[in-house]
Design a protein around this ligand. Structure first.
Ligand code: HAM
Length: 426
C-alpha cells in the first residue's frame, strides 16, 4: 500500500473545520491592522534561501528539499531549486522584484505550506503550514520604527485571545545590529575556544563558522556550557538598546505581557534587533507556536534597496493543536437530515434545496433507505433534526420534524420549516 510520505499527513474532517476557523479569524484580525494577502511560489531558486536564511543555519545546511531542474531550456537547465522552508525570503524577493517600495509601508500576510526535512515528531512535520506576516518598506515610511514591532506583537496577542488561547508566553530579545553581532560573535568564539571540544559535532562546527548558532543547540550535555556563554544583551549599542526599550515601553502600555530572554537568537541568520517567540504550555517539546523578528538588512542581502522589515510566522499545525481543547462550538453539524420515504428522492431534493437557500446545513438521505437506516445515518452525521418526506406529507404540505436529541416531534407547514429548524423551538 502506498502511504503518505514520512513527515507529511492528511488533514481530515472534522479537524479541517478548525483550520478554517483559525484562518477566518486570522484574516479578520489581520484586516483590522490593515494587512493584505500575498501569495508567492512554493519553490524558489536555492540561492534565495542560502543568502536569505543563511548557509550555517540548520534549515539551509540540513533541512531543505533541493533538486536540480530538468528543464530543457539551456538557461534553466541544472538550475538549483528548493521547496520553500519559510516564507520571509520569498516575500522579500517579491518586494524587490515588484518594486513594492513604491507602495510605502507594505503589510503583507501569507498562509501556506512550508517544507523542512526535520525528524518528524509531535508538532513537527516535513510539510507544515505557516501563517506568516511581514511589514516591510523604506525607512521613510516608518518601517524601522519600534512602533511597528510593538504593533505586530500586540496583534498576535489579540489573535491568540480571539482564538481562546490563553496559556501563552511571549519571549522577547534584541539580537542587535550586524556591528553588535560581530563583537558578540568574537566574544563567543573566544569563550568557546577552550570548551568546544567537549561539545557536540554541530557546535564544534558552529564555534568556528558562526558561533551565534551555538544557541540553537538542543543537546542536553551542551546546555551547562551554553548557559555560561556571554549574552547578546551585553553587546547592544545605544541605538539598538533604545529601540528595544521603546518596543517594551509600548508593550507595557498596551498591556501585552512578555518575558525577556537574552538566550533567544532564533534559528535564522537574517534577524536584527527585535526577536521573539510565543510558546504554549500544552505543546510539549515543540512548544514554539510562532516566531519572528526584525530583519533590517535582508533586502540588501538579496540585492534590493535598504528596506527594514519585521514579521513572524505562526506554525499553524501547532496553533490548531493548542486550540483543540477550546474548539467546541467551531464545528457546524447539519441542522437537519432530510429523509425521503420510498420513491421520494425528487421531492426530497426539492425540499433540501429550499432549506439550503435559507443557509441551513442540510444532509440529504436516499429513498432506498428504510426509516431505521435514515435515523442511524442522521445520528451519525450529528444532525439536530430529521425531516421525513413521504407522499402524504408532500400532498398535505406539512412535514414531520423530529428533534433527534429529545425525541420530540411536530408537524410543520412547508413555508415555516426553515424558521422552525433555525429557531430550535422543537
Ligand atoms: P521559524 O521559527 O523557523 O521562523 O518558524 C516559525 C514557526 O513555524 C515555528 O515557531 C513553528 O511553530 C513552525 N514550524 C517550524 N518548523 C516546523 C515544523 N517542522 N513542523 C511544524 N511547525 C513548524 C520562520 O520561519 C521565520 N520565517 C519567521 C519570520 C517571519 N520571521 C520574520 N518574518
Amino acid at each position: 500500500m502506498i502511504k503518505a510520505v514520512r513527515g507529511t499527513r492528511d488533514l481530515l474532517p472534522p479537524d479541517t473545520a478548525l483550520w478554517n476557523f483559525v484562518e477566518a479569524a486570522v484574516r479578520e484580525v489581520f484586516r483590522a491592522y490593515n494587512f493584505q494577502e500575498i501569495r508567492t511560489p512554493i519553490f524558489e531558486e536555492t540561492a534565495l534561501f542560502a543568502r536569505g536564511v543563511g548557509e550555517d543555519t540548520d534549515i539551509v545546511a540540513k533541512e531543505m528539499y533541493t533538486w536540480e531542474d530538468r528543464s530543457r531550456a539551456a538557461s534553466e537547465k541544472g538550475q538549483s531549486l528548493t521547496l520553500r522552508p519559510e516564507a520571509t525570503a520569498g516575500i522579500v524577493r517579491a518586494y524587490i522584484e515588484n518594486k513594492m517600495w513604491d507602495r510605502g509601508l507594505n503589510k503583507l500576510y501569507l498562509i501556506g505550506p512550508m517544507f523542512r526535512r526535520e525528524r518528524p515528531q509531535k508538532g513537527r512535520y516535513r510539510q507544515f503550514y505557516q501563517i506568516d506576516a511581514e511589514v516591510i518598506g523604506p525607512a521613510s515610511a516608518g518601517s524601522d520604527s519600534p512602533a511597528r514591532d510593538a504593533e505586530i506583537l500586540e496583534m498576535l496577542a489579540t489573535l491568540l485571545d480571539r482564538l481562546g488561547i490563553t496559556d501563552w508566553n511571549l519571549e522577547l530579545n534584541s539580537v542587535g545590529c550586524p556591528n553588535d553581532r560581530a563583537k558578540f560573535n568574537e566574544a563567543l568564539r573566544q569563550a568557546l575556544e577552550p570548551v568546544k571540544d567537549k561539545m557536540c559535532a554541530d557546535c564544534q562546527r558552529r564555534a568556528v563558522t558562526n558561533p551565534l548558532r551555538v544557541f540553537d543547540c538542543k543537546v542536553p550535555e551542551d546546555q551547562p556550557i551554553i548557559e555560561k556563554l556571554p549574552r547578546i544583551s551585553q553587546f547592544l549599542d545605544e541605538p539598538c538598546r533604545k529601540h528595544f526599550e521603546a518596543v517594551k515601553e509600548i508593550l507595557r502600555a498596551v498591556g501585552v505581557d512578555f518575558r525577556e530572554n537574552d538566550r533567544l537568537v532564533r534559528g535564522l541568520d537574517y534577524y536584527t534587533r527585535t526577536a521573539f517567540e510565543f510558546t504554549h504550555g500544552a505543546l510539549g517539546a515543540q512548544n514554539a507556536i510562532l516566531g519572528g523578528g526584525r530583519y533590517d538588512g535582508l533586502s540588501e542581502a538579496l540585492g534590493g534597496p535598504a528596506a527594514p522589515g519585521i514579521g513572524f510566522a505562526i506554525g499553524e499545525d501547532r496553533l490548531v493543536m493548542s486550540l483543540k481543547e477550546t474548539a467546541e462550538g467551531v464545528l457546524r453539524n447539519p441542522e437537519v437530515y432530510v429523509a425521503p420515504m420510498a420513491a421520494m428522492n425528487v421531492e426530497a431534493a426539492r425540499l433540501a434545496r429550499e432549506l439550503r437557500r435559507h443557509d441551513l446545513v442540510v444532509e440529504l438521505g436516499d429513498d432506498a433507505f428504510r426509516l431505521k437506516k435514515s435515523f442511524e445515518a442522521a445520528t451519525r452525521v450529528g444532525a439536530k433534526y430529521i425531516l421525513i418526506v413521504g407522499e402524504n406529507e408532500v400532498k398535505a404540505g406539512a412535514f414531520a420534524l423530529k428533534n433527534l436529541a429529545t425525541g420530540e416531534q411536530i408537524a410543520v407547514a412547508r413555508a415555516e420549516l426553515a424558521e422552525a429548524i433555525r429557531s430550535g423551538r422543537v
